[in-house]
Every structure is written in C-alpha cells, then in structure tokens.
Design a protein around this ligand. Structure first.
Ligand code: UDP
Length: 327
C-alpha cells in the first residue's frame, strides 16, 4: 500500500536520509522544512522524484494535509544551532509538536516523535535506560532543547491518553554521517573538517567526557522499525550505538583515519556539557528487533569520504577553508 508520509525537518541531516528511504519504499513523501538548518542539497535527489513534495514551511504554523504517517524531526539539533535562538527552539519543540499532534488527531495518522538522549541531561545513571528520569537543568544554555524535547514527550503521552493518537517516541543518541552540516559545531563534523583542513582539533574540557556514536543508516532503520511496529506503543525507546568513546579517543581515531597532522588544543568545557552518555538498547533489541550494524570505524570512513567530496566540490584546499563555506 502506498502511504502518504509527512517528514518534518525533511531537508535536515536525518530527515533527508529518511525521505530517501521512504521514497525507495514507494511512498508519497511530503517534506516540510523551513531551511533554518536544513539544506536543499540534502534533498536534491528526492526533488526529481514524482512521489516527493516539498513544503517550505515552519512546523509551528498550522498544517492541513491528508497523511497516514508523520515523522516529526523538525528542530535544530546541535548545541550551536539550537542555542542560536533559544526561544525559537522552544517554540519548534512545543508548538511544533502540538501542531503535529493536532494534525494526527484530525487525520488519524500515526506519529513518530524524534526525541533525544538530552532528556536524560547530565545523566547520573550509566548506561541510560528508558526508565531513568534524567538530570536536567531547567535554566541553562541547553534547557531550550532538553526541556523542549521533554515537554514534547509529555504532549505525546497526553494526546495518546486524552485523544487516542497513535504516537511513538524514539530517543536519539549522538548520530553522524553524510548530510551533517559542516558548520553545525558538533564533535564529529568539527573534528573531521579540522583534520581535513589541517586546523587545530578543538577538544572541550579535558576530553574525558564520553559519547556513543550511531551511524545514520542504522538510526533510520530504527525509525522505520518503530513506525512499522504493529502494536500501538508509545515507547519511549532509545536508539543509539552503545559503543562508548571519550572525546579524546574520537579525536585520535579521526586524526589516524585522515592521516592528519592537526594538533589537539584544549578549550573550556561548555556549561552543562554531559559527562557520560551511552544508551542501554535492550528495549529496542527486544521490542523492535533493532540494533546498530555499522561500527564506528566503518561509519567514520564513510563520513570522512562525504566531507572530502564536499570540499572537493567546493574547490577548497587545505589552506583558508572556512566551515561556513561548505556548511
Ligand atoms: N566537543 C568538543 N569539541 C568540539 C565539539 C564538541 O570537544 O569541537 C565535545 C562537546 O563538549 C561534547 C561532545 O564533544 O562533550 C559532543 O558534543 P556535540 O556538540 O557533538 O553534541 P552533544 O552530545 O553535546 O549534544
């Protein structure tokens, strides 16, 4: 059956991969994006296809569309980008979520909400499982995103409870791969671009904080598993790769893989930067039969190749490259 699927944030990093997969499955795909952080280049391949429709719109504006499924991915996700306009980030998370849930209520569409490991904040339990309620600062630089996503989860729960909306929540841990913005300030893109251009690798703090990195194809497969689950199930469920690395270990891997002689420099740790993050994916494994398949070495090789190609296309050399030029 051909499904009509709405992907909000469809021109972003994750959204663009999801749109491509949904089109490959023969669905009609509506891609909604206001291009605040999404990029047209990400969906260039989709734009040619008859089943694809682009809606240039902010998710906080009311949407009226006949759809069967909705993936709500709209929101800047890197700390640099979501902190650039914090109030807008809150609106995107809260008003955008309400809009999507109202649309689902009217159309009886199924919803998958892209939540985040940030709901656990600076976690005091390791690895983090879904029962953990988190350790989140409500009045800090990350709050607009962390608390915004937490409120969005609450809305999902309440629309399900009060109106019977079939909504499913996935909590996404750090994800990387092609179509990440070069200028989004995240650790993987920052380190790769610096290594490829011979600039200093900027480690915040002493680099002992950990993250667990999931390759984008694995994550998108997890989204589809969650949506396709026949039983109505809110979750939330963690989607991430439990391989845990310190930021310094990641820097080292990227330096080796790029044969770079960039130096590592240490900069102050941003406020409220989580110290340790690693998903417990037992629930995803048992309920969805999902687990990541692409290890960090393979994933980094593919991601480095993507950024190398991007730099070649932009005609950039080792000297004087600015992230913004290829962002
Ligand atoms: N980080 C770093 N150097 C950078 C960018 C990030 O050391 O150039 C650190 C950051 O302080 C954090 C980790 O890498 O501890 C992951 O940061 P990112 O912004 O990718 O995502 P987060 O998991 O913090 O949302």
């Amino acid at each position: 059956m051909v499904k009509r699927v709405l992907v909000t944030g469809g021109a972003g990093f994750l959204g663009s991969h999801l749109c491509r997969r949904l089109l490959e499955q023969g669905n009609k795909v509506f891609c909604l994006d206001d291009f605040s952080t999404g990029k047209r280049e990400n969906i260039a391949g989709c734009l040619q296809q008859p089943g694809f429709e682009l809606l240039c719109q902010d998710v906080i504006k009311p949407i009226n569309l006949p759809v069967d499924e909705i993936y709500n991915l709209a929101c800047p996700a890197s700390p640099l980008m979501y902190q650039a306009n914090k109030i807008r980030t809150v609106k995107t998370n809260v008003l955008g979520m309400m809009n999507i849930l109202e649309l689902a209520r009217n159309t009886k569409a199924k919803v998958m909400q892209a939540s985040t490991s940030e709901v656990y904040g600076d976690a005091l339990r390791h690895p983090q499982n879904e029962d953990y309620w988190g350790n989140v600062n409500p009045v800090g630089p990350r709050s607009c995103y962390d608390e915004g996503k937490r409120m969005a989860e609450t809305l999902c729960h309440d629309y399900r409870d009060q109106y019977g909306v079939d909504v499913r929540i996935v909590r996404i841990f750090n994800t990387y791969g092609p179509n990440m913005r070069a200028d989004d300030g995240r650790v993987v893109s920052n380190f790769i671009i610096s290594a490829l251009t011979g600039k200093d690798i900027t480690v915040y703090g002493d680099g002992s904080q950990t993250r667990s990195f999931c390759y984008v194809d694995d994550l998108i497969r997890g989204f589809l598993c969650m949506m396709e689950l026949s039983e109505e199930w809110l979750g939330p469920v963690n989607l991430g790769n439990p391989g845990e690395y310190t930021v310094l270990e990641l820097a080292d891997k990227i330096l080796k893989k790029t044969y770079s002689d960039s130096k590592i420099v240490f900069l102050p740790l941003p406020q409220d930067d989580p110290k340790q993050r690693c998903p417990d994916i037992t629930l995803a494994q048992t309920k969805l039969g999902w687990k990541p398949e692409i290890n960090i070495d393979e994933g980094l090789t593919r991601t480095i190749a993507y950024f190398q190609q991007l730099m070649q296309q932009a005609g950039l050399t080792d000297s004087g490259t600015s992230r913004r030029d290829i962002g």
